[in-house]
Design a protein around this ligand. Sequence first.
Ligand SMILES: C[S@@+](CC[C@H](N)C(=O)[O-])C[C@H]1O[C@@H](n2cnc3c(N)ncnc32)[C@H](O)[C@@H]1O
Length: 541
Amino acid sequence: MEQMRFIISSGYFHIGSCTSMSAGLAASVSRGALLDPPCPAVFQHSIRSRDMAHSTAEETASLMEYLEESADPIWTIKQSPISGRGLFATQKIRNGTLIFKNKPLIIAARADRAGDTYCSVCYKISDTCYNCEKCFLLICSEGCKSSSEHNAECNFIINNWKPKSGCDKHSDILKIMQIYLRFLLLPDKRKMLLSILQKSTSDSKIAELELLCSRYEIPDKHISFIKLIHSIIKINSFRIASNPDNNKIPLRGLYPLSAFLNHCCLPNTRNVFDTDYTMAVYATKDIGIGEEIVTCYTGILWCTPARRCQLYKTKQFWCTCARCKDNTEMGTKLSALKCFKKECVGILLPMSPLDPRAEWSCDNCGSKFLPEKVNAIQSILGSLVGSLDLDDQFRLEPAILARLANFIPYTNHIFIDLRLRLVLKIGFTQGLKLTELSESRLALKESLCRGTLRTVAALGVGDAHLRGLLLYHLHAALAERARRSPDLYEELKSEIESTIEQAYYILQGDISAPPDLELRRRYLGPGCDKPQEERFFILDA
Ligand SMILES: C[S@@+](CC[C@H](N)C(=O)[O-])C[C@H]1O[C@@H](n2cnc3c(N)ncnc32)[C@H](O)[C@@H]1O
């Protein structure tokens, strides 16, 4: 499900406002969740939960037919103690096992990117895209224009949606509505699948529909169908991983089986997206027979107030999982602030993390502070860090970091975010490639990877996607060190091999996996019998 953090300006969590994620936190997102309108001020569960038993046999059969599942799936859908229906293991599932795959029913640009200039067929971002002269959707080439996908959408628009006089046909509205257009074009057999999915009962206005209706004559039956789709994608669509190198607009998709995955802040699965946008769900730890199979709709490294508020805003529920209940977040102290009392060396943690109105108290002097004050400080600091330009990361004045450290301990998610952003940048930015790094920068990359891996391990989220990414970066730093100093090779060899092997095992097959993952594993992973110099040719290349 698409998502964003509930954050003030570019910063962090505050109930009531949202912005896009920083690169670091984005990397920690378990690809899911929705970009949605601000939450109402009331705390209430407003989602209708449906039991699978309420689905007709025909609907259930259409899901099984869609999945092309083998006779004996290792999951079943049933009533969940978490909420509504969920997916459950029908047998013991070992870490790393593929639990299921499903193709998207529909894909389209993420709501927050639908206004960008990209081809409505191949999703390539390009300023040279032009409007189809018949329907005015954007396309990048004659090939895309003559594709069957474009023809179907173009014909639908010109035959059904008549522009009102004075309508600006070049506006973004058709791009924004493309996701609905695609649902409208689904064959009836596929539309049937929609009836088994949970719908949001929130009846907030659909701004894009109002805009569409102000520009085009839209038949009533399309308006009601669009409203239904809106209530479904809000709850059920997933953020699809993207490859930053392929210059395509980030996408979201509706996956009929993944839509039954409930959320837990300590998930036992990771999502892997293939180049054809098939979503595969793998176990990230052993799952017992009868245990619920869960995913995380937010970033794994977000702190509890941020995750809970985001879930409330986008999915209309307050999470009450074990991590949310534990004010130390499994000992990671991701939410902790330094005590506001001068000279006190304690840290502030929420007294009752499930209650956003509860006070925070110091573990040293016992002072109590209102959550508003804590949130305001986290927001300001988050904004500050979010606005730092990491292209120039080594000029991150120590003064800024020192000032930050006056308010937040190094365990705080703001520091973790910064670490993650640096890990992803150092060695992988133009002018700062691995081979160009100074010894100290290489050492910094290695220590940032190790520190963040420790946080991920403490959370107990197993072989999450983020762990794979961090292992890949740790491997890259270690391998670069060994390339520079061949004498160190024997000492580093086993870790160089094990990190790339584990990273490969976690990231393989994912559209966002680093392009040299496979090559590194072949030459620098275990079992390569080539001499040392040859193994490192891959790094010289
Ligand atoms: C993608 S659906 C998950 C399947 C859903 N339970 C069903 O019966 O179809 C997402 C919705 O499930 C519910 N949900 C998922 N995880 C939850 C959790 N941890 N606590 C409360 N509700 C949850 C929320 O209503 C959420 O909007």
